[in-house]
Design a binder for this molecule. Structure first.
Ligand code: GDP
Length: 461
Protein backbone atom coordinates (compact mmCIF):
# COMPACT_ATOMS: atom_id res chain seq x y z
CA UNK A 1 0.00 0.00 0.00
CA UNK A 2 2.76 2.44 -0.78
CA UNK A 3 1.70 5.87 -1.88
CA UNK A 4 3.66 8.48 -3.72
CA UNK A 5 3.41 12.12 -2.67
CA UNK A 6 4.55 14.89 -5.00
CA UNK A 7 4.85 17.49 -2.31
CA UNK A 8 7.71 17.96 0.10
CA UNK A 9 6.65 18.97 3.57
CA UNK A 10 8.61 20.84 6.21
CA UNK A 11 8.04 21.68 9.85
CA UNK A 12 9.74 22.39 13.10
CA UNK A 13 10.17 18.98 14.74
CA UNK A 14 11.25 20.22 18.16
CA UNK A 15 9.45 22.45 20.64
CA UNK A 16 9.07 26.10 19.60
CA UNK A 17 10.64 27.24 22.87
CA UNK A 18 14.15 28.71 23.04
CA UNK A 19 16.57 25.80 23.42
CA UNK A 20 20.07 24.62 22.59
CA UNK A 21 19.08 22.96 19.35
CA UNK A 22 16.00 23.14 17.16
CA UNK A 23 15.36 20.69 14.35
CA UNK A 24 13.54 21.37 11.12
CA UNK A 25 12.47 18.32 9.25
CA UNK A 26 11.63 17.89 5.58
CA UNK A 27 10.14 14.89 3.86
CA UNK A 28 9.25 14.27 0.24
CA UNK A 29 10.81 13.81 -3.18
CA UNK A 30 12.53 17.23 -3.18
CA UNK A 31 13.66 17.28 0.43
CA UNK A 32 17.37 17.11 -0.41
CA UNK A 33 17.24 19.41 -3.41
CA UNK A 34 15.21 22.04 -1.55
CA UNK A 35 17.59 22.06 1.36
CA UNK A 36 20.53 22.43 -0.99
CA UNK A 37 19.07 25.69 -2.27
CA UNK A 38 19.55 27.37 1.08
CA UNK A 39 22.63 25.46 2.21
CA UNK A 40 26.28 26.26 1.70
CA UNK A 41 28.54 23.30 2.33
CA UNK A 42 28.97 19.85 0.89
CA UNK A 43 26.85 18.72 -2.05
CA UNK A 44 23.88 17.06 -0.33
CA UNK A 45 22.97 14.85 -3.27
CA UNK A 46 26.33 13.13 -2.83
CA UNK A 47 25.99 12.87 0.90
CA UNK A 48 25.65 9.30 2.23
CA UNK A 49 22.39 8.33 3.93
CA UNK A 50 22.43 8.30 7.74
CA UNK A 51 25.27 10.77 7.91
CA UNK A 52 25.59 14.35 8.99
CA UNK A 53 27.29 17.25 7.36
CA UNK A 54 28.20 20.70 8.60
CA UNK A 55 27.46 23.94 6.74
CA UNK A 56 25.57 27.21 6.69
CA UNK A 57 22.04 28.22 5.95
CA UNK A 58 21.98 31.43 3.92
CA UNK A 59 19.07 33.64 2.92
CA UNK A 60 18.28 34.95 -0.54
CA UNK A 61 20.60 37.94 0.00
CA UNK A 62 23.44 35.59 0.82
CA UNK A 63 23.46 36.42 4.55
CA UNK A 64 24.28 33.60 6.94
CA UNK A 65 21.29 32.68 9.08
CA UNK A 66 22.88 29.87 11.07
CA UNK A 67 25.56 27.24 11.17
CA UNK A 68 23.89 23.87 11.06
CA UNK A 69 24.29 20.11 10.92
CA UNK A 70 22.25 18.32 8.31
CA UNK A 71 21.22 14.65 8.43
CA UNK A 72 20.10 12.82 5.33
CA UNK A 73 17.81 9.80 5.14
CA UNK A 74 16.96 8.29 1.80
CA UNK A 75 13.74 6.62 0.71
CA UNK A 76 12.54 4.09 1.63
CA UNK A 77 14.80 3.83 4.65
CA UNK A 78 13.45 6.73 6.66
CA UNK A 79 10.69 7.33 9.19
CA UNK A 80 8.25 8.44 6.47
CA UNK A 81 9.58 6.13 3.79
CA UNK A 82 10.53 9.20 1.73
CA UNK A 83 13.73 11.20 1.33
CA UNK A 84 14.06 13.07 4.60
CA UNK A 85 16.34 15.85 5.78
CA UNK A 86 16.77 17.08 9.32
CA UNK A 87 18.39 20.46 9.81
CA UNK A 88 19.87 20.87 13.27
CA UNK A 89 19.89 24.60 13.93
CA UNK A 90 20.57 26.61 17.04
CA UNK A 91 17.32 26.72 18.99
CA UNK A 92 16.48 30.38 18.49
CA UNK A 93 12.91 31.07 17.49
CA UNK A 94 14.09 33.67 15.00
CA UNK A 95 16.53 31.29 13.30
CA UNK A 96 14.03 28.46 13.16
CA UNK A 97 11.28 30.56 11.68
CA UNK A 98 13.72 32.10 9.16
CA UNK A 99 14.96 28.70 8.01
CA UNK A 100 11.43 27.39 7.75
CA UNK A 101 10.24 30.35 5.70
CA UNK A 102 13.27 30.05 3.39
CA UNK A 103 12.30 26.44 2.73
CA UNK A 104 8.69 27.42 2.11
CA UNK A 105 9.88 30.11 -0.33
CA UNK A 106 11.81 27.40 -2.18
CA UNK A 107 8.66 25.34 -2.56
CA UNK A 108 8.28 23.21 0.56
CA UNK A 109 4.82 22.99 2.09
CA UNK A 110 4.24 23.55 5.76
CA UNK A 111 3.33 20.15 7.22
CA UNK A 112 -0.04 19.56 8.86
CA UNK A 113 -0.21 18.07 12.36
CA UNK A 114 0.85 14.43 12.17
CA UNK A 115 1.59 14.56 8.46
CA UNK A 116 5.02 12.93 8.76
CA UNK A 117 3.52 9.99 10.61
CA UNK A 118 0.56 9.87 8.23
CA UNK A 119 3.02 9.53 5.35
CA UNK A 120 4.82 6.80 7.28
CA UNK A 121 1.50 4.98 7.61
CA UNK A 122 0.49 5.51 3.97
CA UNK A 123 3.93 4.31 2.89
CA UNK A 124 3.35 1.14 4.92
CA UNK A 125 6.14 1.93 7.36
CA UNK A 126 3.75 1.22 10.22
CA UNK A 127 0.13 0.23 10.72
CA UNK A 128 -2.52 2.48 12.15
CA UNK A 129 -2.35 1.27 15.73
CA UNK A 130 1.41 1.78 15.65
CA UNK A 131 1.01 5.27 14.24
CA UNK A 132 -1.44 6.10 17.00
CA UNK A 133 1.06 4.80 19.51
CA UNK A 134 3.54 7.38 18.26
CA UNK A 135 1.16 10.11 19.42
CA UNK A 136 0.77 8.36 22.76
CA UNK A 137 4.51 8.08 23.06
CA UNK A 138 4.98 11.79 22.46
CA UNK A 139 2.40 12.61 25.09
CA UNK A 140 3.49 9.98 27.62
CA UNK A 141 4.45 11.43 30.95
CA UNK A 142 4.86 8.39 33.15
CA UNK A 143 6.65 5.07 33.05
CA UNK A 144 3.41 3.17 32.56
CA UNK A 145 2.15 5.39 29.74
CA UNK A 146 5.50 5.11 28.06
CA UNK A 147 5.53 1.35 28.37
CA UNK A 148 2.08 0.97 26.84
CA UNK A 149 2.95 3.23 23.94
CA UNK A 150 6.23 1.46 23.24
CA UNK A 151 4.54 -1.95 23.30
CA UNK A 152 1.90 -0.71 20.96
CA UNK A 153 4.43 0.84 18.61
CA UNK A 154 6.36 -2.41 18.44
CA UNK A 155 3.28 -4.21 17.20
CA UNK A 156 0.96 -4.46 20.17
CA UNK A 157 -2.50 -5.68 19.31
CA UNK A 158 -1.85 -5.53 15.60
CA UNK A 159 -0.10 -8.87 15.33
CA UNK A 160 -2.62 -10.96 17.19
CA UNK A 161 -5.61 -9.29 15.56
CA UNK A 162 -4.13 -9.47 12.08
CA UNK A 163 -3.47 -13.21 12.37
CA UNK A 164 -6.97 -13.99 13.61
CA UNK A 165 -8.46 -11.75 10.97
CA UNK A 166 -6.59 -13.62 8.25
CA UNK A 167 -8.07 -16.89 9.50
CA UNK A 168 -11.51 -15.32 9.37
CA UNK A 169 -10.91 -14.17 5.81
CA UNK A 170 -10.01 -17.74 4.84
CA UNK A 171 -13.29 -18.96 6.27
CA UNK A 172 -15.21 -16.15 4.66
CA UNK A 173 -13.81 -17.10 1.25
CA UNK A 174 -14.86 -20.71 1.77
CA UNK A 175 -18.35 -19.56 2.68
CA UNK A 176 -18.46 -17.34 -0.41
CA UNK A 177 -17.43 -20.35 -2.46
CA UNK A 178 -20.29 -22.34 -0.98
CA UNK A 179 -22.64 -19.56 -2.01
CA UNK A 180 -21.32 -19.83 -5.57
CA UNK A 181 -22.15 -23.51 -5.54
CA UNK A 182 -25.36 -23.11 -3.59
CA UNK A 183 -27.34 -25.32 -5.89
CA UNK A 184 -25.08 -28.26 -5.27
CA UNK A 185 -25.41 -28.13 -1.49
CA UNK A 186 -21.70 -28.51 -0.73
CA UNK A 187 -19.97 -27.49 2.49
CA UNK A 188 -16.42 -26.19 2.10
CA UNK A 189 -16.13 -24.41 5.41
CA UNK A 190 -16.00 -26.77 8.35
CA UNK A 191 -18.64 -25.37 10.72
CA UNK A 192 -17.07 -26.83 13.83
CA UNK A 193 -13.72 -25.24 13.06
CA UNK A 194 -15.38 -21.96 12.27
CA UNK A 195 -17.18 -21.95 15.63
CA UNK A 196 -13.88 -22.66 17.33
CA UNK A 197 -12.19 -19.81 15.55
CA UNK A 198 -15.02 -17.38 16.27
CA UNK A 199 -14.91 -18.34 19.95
CA UNK A 200 -11.18 -17.86 20.04
CA UNK A 201 -11.50 -14.40 18.52
CA UNK A 202 -14.32 -13.49 20.88
CA UNK A 203 -12.15 -14.45 23.84
CA UNK A 204 -9.29 -12.39 22.49
CA UNK A 205 -11.57 -9.40 21.95
CA UNK A 206 -12.92 -9.72 25.49
CA UNK A 207 -9.38 -9.75 26.79
CA UNK A 208 -8.53 -6.64 24.78
CA UNK A 209 -11.68 -4.84 25.83
CA UNK A 210 -10.78 -5.50 29.43
CA UNK A 211 -7.30 -4.21 28.82
CA UNK A 212 -8.79 -1.00 27.47
CA UNK A 213 -9.77 -0.04 31.00
CA UNK A 214 -6.19 -0.49 32.08
CA UNK A 215 -4.90 1.46 29.10
CA UNK A 216 -7.34 4.23 29.87
CA UNK A 217 -6.38 4.33 33.50
CA UNK A 218 -2.75 4.51 32.54
CA UNK A 219 -3.41 7.35 30.13
CA UNK A 220 -5.87 9.48 32.01
CA UNK A 221 -5.35 8.46 35.60
CA UNK A 222 -7.14 6.06 37.90
CA UNK A 223 -10.13 7.82 39.35
CA UNK A 224 -9.84 7.74 43.10
CA UNK A 225 -12.53 9.40 45.16
CA UNK A 226 -11.80 10.62 48.65
CA UNK A 227 -15.08 10.59 50.55
CA UNK A 228 -16.30 10.62 54.10
CA UNK A 229 -18.35 12.66 56.51
CA UNK A 230 -17.65 16.36 56.95
CA UNK A 231 -14.51 17.05 58.97
CA UNK A 232 -13.22 13.48 58.65
CA UNK A 233 -9.98 14.90 57.24
CA UNK A 234 -10.49 14.47 53.48
CA UNK A 235 -8.90 17.75 52.45
CA UNK A 236 -6.05 17.25 54.89
CA UNK A 237 -5.48 13.86 53.32
CA UNK A 238 -5.45 15.27 49.80
CA UNK A 239 -2.91 17.86 50.87
CA UNK A 240 -0.79 15.21 52.55
CA UNK A 241 -0.89 13.10 49.40
CA UNK A 242 0.01 16.00 47.17
CA UNK A 243 2.38 17.50 49.67
CA UNK A 244 0.88 20.93 49.20
CA UNK A 245 -2.04 23.05 50.37
CA UNK A 246 -4.37 22.65 47.43
CA UNK A 247 -7.60 21.71 49.19
CA UNK A 248 -9.12 24.05 51.74
CA UNK A 249 -8.85 22.67 55.24
CA UNK A 250 -11.17 24.09 57.84
CA UNK A 251 -12.82 23.17 61.08
CA UNK A 252 -16.29 24.17 59.96
CA UNK A 253 -18.15 21.09 58.81
CA UNK A 254 -19.22 21.07 55.16
CA UNK A 255 -16.60 23.45 53.77
CA UNK A 256 -15.45 21.46 50.75
CA UNK A 257 -18.69 22.02 48.92
CA UNK A 258 -17.56 21.14 45.48
CA UNK A 259 -15.20 18.53 44.22
CA UNK A 260 -11.49 19.15 43.73
CA UNK A 261 -9.46 17.03 41.33
CA UNK A 262 -5.71 16.61 41.41
CA UNK A 263 -3.47 14.24 39.51
CA UNK A 264 -0.53 12.50 41.02
CA UNK A 265 2.08 10.07 39.79
CA UNK A 266 2.64 7.12 42.11
CA UNK A 267 5.38 4.76 40.96
CA UNK A 268 4.65 5.52 37.34
CA UNK A 269 0.86 5.36 37.54
CA UNK A 270 -1.30 8.44 37.39
CA UNK A 271 -4.03 8.69 40.01
CA UNK A 272 -6.79 11.23 39.71
CA UNK A 273 -7.72 12.15 43.27
CA UNK A 274 -11.15 13.62 43.70
CA UNK A 275 -11.79 15.34 47.02
CA UNK A 276 -15.50 15.53 47.61
CA UNK A 277 -18.06 17.34 49.70
CA UNK A 278 -18.69 15.63 53.02
CA UNK A 279 -21.56 13.19 52.98
CA UNK A 280 -24.31 14.04 55.46
CA UNK A 281 -27.98 14.90 55.53
CA UNK A 282 -28.27 18.59 54.99
CA UNK A 283 -30.94 21.25 54.51
CA UNK A 284 -28.55 23.63 52.77
CA UNK A 285 -29.42 23.34 49.06
CA UNK A 286 -25.93 24.09 47.79
CA UNK A 287 -24.40 21.58 50.16
CA UNK A 288 -27.04 19.00 49.18
CA UNK A 289 -26.00 19.43 45.56
CA UNK A 290 -22.40 18.82 46.60
CA UNK A 291 -23.42 15.65 48.43
CA UNK A 292 -25.29 14.38 45.37
CA UNK A 293 -22.28 15.11 43.20
CA UNK A 294 -20.11 13.20 45.65
CA UNK A 295 -22.36 10.17 45.43
CA UNK A 296 -22.18 10.30 41.62
CA UNK A 297 -18.41 10.64 41.70
CA UNK A 298 -18.12 7.65 44.00
CA UNK A 299 -20.26 5.53 41.70
CA UNK A 300 -18.05 6.38 38.72
CA UNK A 301 -14.67 5.94 40.31
CA UNK A 302 -12.40 2.91 40.37
CA UNK A 303 -11.16 3.35 43.90
CA UNK A 304 -12.87 4.78 46.95
CA UNK A 305 -10.83 6.04 49.87
CA UNK A 306 -13.30 6.37 52.68
CA UNK A 307 -11.92 8.64 55.36
CA UNK A 308 -13.26 7.95 58.84
CA UNK A 309 -12.60 10.12 61.85
CA UNK A 310 -11.94 7.37 64.38
CA UNK A 311 -12.96 9.61 67.27
CA UNK A 312 -16.21 10.80 65.78
CA UNK A 313 -17.40 7.74 63.88
CA UNK A 314 -18.25 4.41 65.42
CA UNK A 315 -17.50 1.21 63.49
CA UNK A 316 -21.25 0.65 63.14
CA UNK A 317 -21.73 4.05 61.55
CA UNK A 318 -18.76 3.46 59.30
CA UNK A 319 -20.20 0.15 58.10
CA UNK A 320 -23.49 1.85 57.40
CA UNK A 321 -21.79 4.63 55.41
CA UNK A 322 -19.80 2.21 53.30
CA UNK A 323 -22.89 0.18 52.47
CA UNK A 324 -24.73 3.30 51.47
CA UNK A 325 -22.15 4.90 49.23
CA UNK A 326 -19.86 2.29 47.72
CA UNK A 327 -20.72 0.48 44.53
CA UNK A 328 -20.46 -3.29 44.39
CA UNK A 329 -17.32 -3.84 42.34
CA UNK A 330 -15.42 -0.91 43.77
CA UNK A 331 -12.04 -1.19 45.38
CA UNK A 332 -12.29 0.37 48.83
CA UNK A 333 -9.66 1.62 51.20
CA UNK A 334 -10.88 2.66 54.62
CA UNK A 335 -8.66 5.22 56.15
CA UNK A 336 -8.99 5.24 59.91
CA UNK A 337 -7.93 8.84 60.30
CA UNK A 338 -6.87 10.94 63.28
CA UNK A 339 -4.99 8.04 64.80
CA UNK A 340 -2.85 10.55 66.67
CA UNK A 341 -5.85 10.95 68.95
CA UNK A 342 -6.21 7.22 69.47
CA UNK A 343 -4.17 4.56 71.20
CA UNK A 344 -2.93 1.45 69.44
CA UNK A 345 -5.21 -0.61 71.64
CA UNK A 346 -8.22 1.47 70.61
CA UNK A 347 -7.27 1.10 66.98
CA UNK A 348 -6.99 -2.67 67.19
CA UNK A 349 -10.46 -2.84 68.68
CA UNK A 350 -11.75 -0.51 65.98
CA UNK A 351 -10.08 -2.36 63.14
CA UNK A 352 -11.23 -5.74 64.40
CA UNK A 353 -14.72 -4.80 63.38
CA UNK A 354 -13.54 -4.63 59.78
CA UNK A 355 -11.76 -7.90 59.71
CA UNK A 356 -13.54 -8.81 56.48
CA UNK A 357 -12.10 -5.84 54.66
CA UNK A 358 -8.57 -6.10 53.37
CA UNK A 359 -7.78 -2.49 53.26
CA UNK A 360 -8.22 -0.60 56.48
CA UNK A 361 -5.30 1.67 57.10
CA UNK A 362 -4.65 3.54 60.33
CA UNK A 363 -3.46 7.02 59.52
CA UNK A 364 -3.05 10.57 60.65
CA UNK A 365 -3.45 12.84 57.68
CA UNK A 366 -2.48 15.81 59.79
CA UNK A 367 0.83 14.27 60.88
CA UNK A 368 1.36 12.55 57.52
CA UNK A 369 1.46 9.20 59.25
CA UNK A 370 1.16 6.21 56.91
CA UNK A 371 0.73 8.34 53.81
CA UNK A 372 3.52 6.46 52.01
CA UNK A 373 1.91 3.20 53.02
CA UNK A 374 -1.38 4.41 51.57
CA UNK A 375 0.34 5.31 48.30
CA UNK A 376 1.85 1.85 48.04
CA UNK A 377 -1.50 0.27 48.78
CA UNK A 378 -3.12 2.38 46.09
CA UNK A 379 -0.56 1.26 43.56
CA UNK A 380 -0.97 -2.35 44.56
CA UNK A 381 -4.71 -2.47 44.28
CA UNK A 382 -4.91 -0.31 41.19
CA UNK A 383 -2.93 -2.65 39.12
CA UNK A 384 -1.81 -6.16 39.41
CA UNK A 385 1.58 -5.83 37.84
CA UNK A 386 0.93 -8.90 35.78
CA UNK A 387 -1.44 -7.04 33.52
CA UNK A 388 1.16 -4.36 32.97
CA UNK A 389 3.40 -6.99 31.41
CA UNK A 390 0.66 -7.77 28.92
CA UNK A 391 1.79 -6.36 25.63
CA UNK A 392 -1.64 -6.45 24.11
CA UNK A 393 -3.52 -3.49 25.39
CA UNK A 394 -6.28 -1.95 23.32
CA UNK A 395 -4.91 1.45 23.87
CA UNK A 396 -7.58 3.82 22.74
CA UNK A 397 -11.28 4.39 22.37
CA UNK A 398 -11.19 3.93 18.62
CA UNK A 399 -9.82 0.41 19.03
CA UNK A 400 -12.44 -0.31 21.65
CA UNK A 401 -15.24 0.85 19.35
CA UNK A 402 -13.98 -1.27 16.44
CA UNK A 403 -13.62 -4.28 18.71
CA UNK A 404 -17.09 -3.77 20.17
CA UNK A 405 -18.63 -3.63 16.72
CA UNK A 406 -16.65 -6.68 15.61
CA UNK A 407 -17.93 -8.49 18.69
CA UNK A 408 -21.56 -7.79 17.80
CA UNK A 409 -21.02 -9.26 14.34
CA UNK A 410 -19.16 -12.28 15.69
CA UNK A 411 -22.02 -12.95 18.10
CA UNK A 412 -24.31 -13.00 15.07
CA UNK A 413 -22.01 -15.47 13.33
CA UNK A 414 -21.85 -17.61 16.44
CA UNK A 415 -25.60 -17.71 16.90
CA UNK A 416 -26.13 -18.17 13.17
CA UNK A 417 -23.87 -21.20 13.11
CA UNK A 418 -25.63 -22.77 16.08
CA UNK A 419 -29.09 -22.21 14.68
CA UNK A 420 -28.04 -23.28 11.19
CA UNK A 421 -28.89 -19.92 9.72
CA UNK A 422 -28.59 -19.54 5.98
CA UNK A 423 -25.02 -19.32 4.76
CA UNK A 424 -25.40 -15.95 3.06
CA UNK A 425 -26.56 -14.32 6.32
CA UNK A 426 -23.65 -15.81 8.23
CA UNK A 427 -21.29 -14.71 5.47
CA UNK A 428 -22.60 -11.15 5.75
CA UNK A 429 -21.90 -10.92 9.47
CA UNK A 430 -18.54 -12.52 8.93
CA UNK A 431 -17.63 -9.90 6.33
CA UNK A 432 -18.67 -7.11 8.66
CA UNK A 433 -16.63 -8.53 11.52
CA UNK A 434 -13.59 -8.75 9.23
CA UNK A 435 -14.14 -5.14 8.25
CA UNK A 436 -14.34 -3.97 11.87
CA UNK A 437 -11.22 -5.89 12.90
CA UNK A 438 -9.40 -4.34 9.97
CA UNK A 439 -10.36 -0.94 11.36
CA UNK A 440 -8.05 -1.49 14.34
CA UNK A 441 -4.92 -1.94 12.28
CA UNK A 442 -5.94 0.37 9.47
CA UNK A 443 -6.41 -2.25 6.79
CA UNK A 444 -9.74 -0.53 6.36
CA UNK A 445 -9.55 3.21 6.75
CA UNK A 446 -11.33 6.26 5.48
CA UNK A 447 -9.96 9.73 4.89
CA UNK A 448 -12.07 11.12 7.69
CA UNK A 449 -10.69 8.55 10.10
CA UNK A 450 -7.12 9.33 9.14
CA UNK A 451 -7.76 13.05 9.54
CA UNK A 452 -9.08 12.39 13.02
CA UNK A 453 -6.18 10.27 14.08
CA UNK A 454 -3.33 12.34 12.71
CA UNK A 455 -4.92 15.61 13.78
CA UNK A 456 -4.02 14.62 17.35
CA UNK A 457 -0.33 14.84 16.57
CA UNK A 458 1.81 17.90 16.86
CA UNK A 459 3.11 19.60 13.75
CA UNK A 460 6.48 18.16 12.84
CA UNK A 461 5.66 14.56 13.77
P1 GDP B 1 -12.86 17.40 55.53
O1 GDP B 1 -14.09 18.18 55.81
O2 GDP B 1 -13.10 15.94 55.59
O3 GDP B 1 -12.18 17.83 54.26
O4 GDP B 1 -11.86 17.69 56.75
P2 GDP B 1 -10.58 18.63 56.82
O5 GDP B 1 -9.45 18.05 56.09
O6 GDP B 1 -11.01 20.02 56.48
O7 GDP B 1 -10.24 18.49 58.36
C1 GDP B 1 -11.16 18.84 59.37
C2 GDP B 1 -10.40 19.08 60.65
O8 GDP B 1 -9.79 17.86 61.10
C3 GDP B 1 -9.27 20.10 60.50
O9 GDP B 1 -9.21 20.88 61.66
C4 GDP B 1 -8.03 19.21 60.41
O10 GDP B 1 -6.87 19.87 60.86
C5 GDP B 1 -8.40 18.08 61.32
N1 GDP B 1 -7.67 16.84 60.98
C6 GDP B 1 -7.53 16.26 59.78
N2 GDP B 1 -6.77 15.15 59.86
C7 GDP B 1 -6.40 15.02 61.13
C8 GDP B 1 -5.60 14.06 61.85
O11 GDP B 1 -5.06 13.10 61.31
N3 GDP B 1 -5.48 14.25 63.19
C9 GDP B 1 -6.06 15.31 63.84
N4 GDP B 1 -5.86 15.39 65.14
N5 GDP B 1 -6.80 16.21 63.19
C10 GDP B 1 -6.99 16.08 61.87
Amino acid sequence: MSQHFNSTIAALATSPAVSGIGIIRLSGPDAIELTQKIFVGKKLSEQAAYSMTFGQIVNTEGNIIDEVLISIFRAPHSYTGEDTVEINCHGSRFILSEVLSLLIKQGAQLAQAGEFTMRAYLNAKMDLSQAEAVADLIYSETVAQHKLAINQMKGGIKDSIAALRTNLIDFASLLELELDFSEEDVEFANRKNLIELVTKIQNKINELLKSFELGNAVKYGISTVIAGRPNAGKSTLLNALLEEDRAIVSEIAGTTRDTIEEKMNIRGLVFRFIDTAGIRDTKDTIEALGVQRTLDKIQNSSILIYVADVIGLSPEELWKDIHEVASVDQKIIILANKMDLFTVFDYTQYANQFILLDHIIPCSAKNKMNIEFLKNKLFEIAIDEQSMQDTEVAINARHRDCLNRAMIELNEVHQGLHSQLETDLIAQSLRRSIYELGGVTGEVSSEELLGNIFGRFCIGK
